[in-house]
Design a protein around this ligand. Structure first.
Ligand code: NAD
Length: 500
């Protein structure tokens, strides 16, 4: 499949954006349809505040219709019981189609939620890699034969769970979607995707590509709409067997309640974070480390679950190191998201913009030292600059809560023990960083950090081969790698008596 050359200038991206034709209807049982009650929600471009599209806003009756179609497709078996090689072929074809349309999909995410186009293109690479990896795994995962005595054969089979509702956030719309749907579809489930109400456009384009790739009707469906309407209906349904969720910890807790109130469905959650990035005085290449520390929080406007939002610096180098982080951050000012040179774009919407500004005010009023940024620019659109606070303590709101914006909180420490204590003093446990040249220290600290992933002398170094997820209130279950596909399967034992 031909992939067009990537546009390289703002003007070229603007020209491409002007040609876009948005799909705004839900995708149910193989058809694009409006919400049953005709409701729509408004998708805005946060870089301009302008309306992009009116998108179908689904509710409980739409969920019911999609669930019935998903269940029927699952029982009928043309996907769930198909030859794994067939599912592999179809998903690889979907990956190729996403690849061929990567510019359009990246553009949809940039327009819908404000991330820079360079970053959206990076997300698309991750999306395609995830689809390909999970497709390739389909026919390489074996069941087991249990070590029984001669009189029996114990088979351990992996079977798809059934109907999976994938409920995803807006910060990496395509990539988070792929982390859920690729392994769930690969395992043979029927999947209903509910994109965030703040970023539904790329998911609806993906539905068109899924249809073109040959995924049977009812096996993949997309219901745009709000969480408290269609999301809740999916999570409360007795006919949905699993909710695969990425989003806030507060909503994750609600989903567990819905599971308890209904059919005890499996709920896999990737939730929030307040990740510590620990810099010891023995670490080298301080300018590069400082740049990485700045990128760890300011990438994607700080709207990243694994943002390195707590920077823990050994006091003997703190003043010098923070000055280097500030210097790096000054080069990361937000710009037009369609400009390939912009490192940061716009905040997703007015609510998130105001929420982050409130946190900044709280940081000042609770006594942290504002070293950089802190004020929005006067331009239209929701732009916030890199903001850095020093002298933060764990009692302060900005030292504890997930801000989900470009705000870095710097803490000082004197000993390794103190650094570990500060790092683990959080409800969250998603990511952590350790910067040091001392391998003994690196291993000691890495093992004691309560975190789903630990980055040593880097931040965010991950690919499809390693699992991703959190501990504590950052969630459960793992996306990516073989672990992801396993979680969308039931383990069944078939015990065969041989001496009857
Ligand atoms: P959110 O929790 O508000 O929404 C996430 C999704 O849940 C959306 O589709 C939303 O419509 C839906 N939802 C909301 N209320 C619901 C309800 N009552 N029932 C069913 N569905 C409901 O999160 P967000 O603002 O979209 O995203 C930001 C959050 O996501 C942050 O906390 C961030 O850390 C987290 N996140 C985590 C990861 C990870 O892998 N751990 C990755 C990206 C984002």
């Amino acid at each position: 499949m031909m992939v067009a050359d990537t546009p390289t200038t703002l003007a070229e991206w603007q020209a491409l954006a002007a040609t876009l034709d948005f799909e705004t209807r839900a995708f149910v049982n193989g058809e694009f349809v409006p919400a049953m009650d005709g409701s729509t929600l408004t998708s805005i471009n946060p870089a301009t505040g302008e309306t992009l599209a009116q998108v179908a806003s689904c509710d409980a009756p739409d969920a019911e219709k999609a669930i019935q179609a998903a269940r029927a497709a699952f029982e009928e078996g043309s996907w769930s019981r198909s030859d794994p090689g067939k599912r592999k072929q179809v998903l690889l074809r979907l990956a190729d189609l996403v690849d061929a349309n990567r510019h359009e999909l990246a553009l949809l995410d940039t327009l819908d939620m404000g991330k820079p186009i360079s970053s959206a293109l990076g997300d698309l690479s991750g999306t395609i890699a995830c689809l390909r990896y999970q497709a390739e795994c389909i026919d390489k995962l074996y069941g087991e034969v249990a070590p029984t005595g001669d009189g029996a054969l114990g088979l351990v089979l992996h079977e798809p769970i059934g109907v999976v509702a994938a409920i995803v956030p807006w910060n990496f719309p395509m990539m988070m979607t792929s982390w859920k749907i690729a392994p769930a579809l690969a395992a043979g489930n029927s999947v209903i995707l509910k994109p965030s109400e703040k970023s539904p456009l790329s998911a609806l384009r993906l539905a068109q590509l899924a249809q073109e790739a040959g995924i049977p009707k009812g096996v993949f469906q997309v219901l745009p709409g709000y969480g408290h309407t269609v999301g809740k209906a999916l999570a409360l349904s007795m006919q949905v067997d699993c909710v695969a969720f990425t989003g806030s910890t507060a909503v994750g807790k609600q989903l567990m309640q819905y599971a308890g109130q209904s059919n005890l469905k499996r709920v896999f959650m990737e939730c929030g974070g307040k990740s510590p990035n620990i810099v010891f005085a023995d670490c080298q290449h301080l300018d590069a480390v400082a740049r990485s520390a700045a990128e760890a929080i300011f990438h994607n406007q700080g709207e990243v679950c694994t943002a390195g939002s707590r920077l823990l610096v050994e006091n003997s180098i703190r003043e010098d190191f923070v000055a280097r982080v500030i210097k790096a951050a000054e080069q990361m000012q937000p710009g037009n998201p369609l400009d390939p040179d912009s490192f940061m774009g716009a905040m997703v919407d007015e609510a998130q913009f105001k929420r982050v500004l409130d946190y900044i005010r709280q940081g000042v009023s609770e006594g942290a030292t504002l070293k950089l940024g802190g004020e929005a620019s006067n331009s239209k659109g929701y732009f916030l600059p890199p903001t850095i606070f020093d002298d933060v303590t764990p009692e302060m709101t900005i030292g504890r809560e997930e801000i989900f914006g470009p705000v870095l909180s710097v803490f000082g420490f004197d000993t390794e023990e103190q650094a570990i204590g500060l790092a683990n003093d959080s409800n969250y446990g998603l990511a952590a960083g350790v910067w040091s040249q001392d391998i003994d220290r690196i291993m000691r600290v890495s093992r004691r950090l309560q975190s789903g992933q630990v980055y040593v002398n880097n931040w965010s170094g991950i690919d499809q081969t390693v699992p991703f997820g959190g501990v504590k209130q950052s969630g459960n279950g793992r996306d990516k790698s073989l672990h992801a596909q396993e979680k969308y399967c039931e383990v069944k034992t078939v015990w065969v008596s041989l001496n009857i």
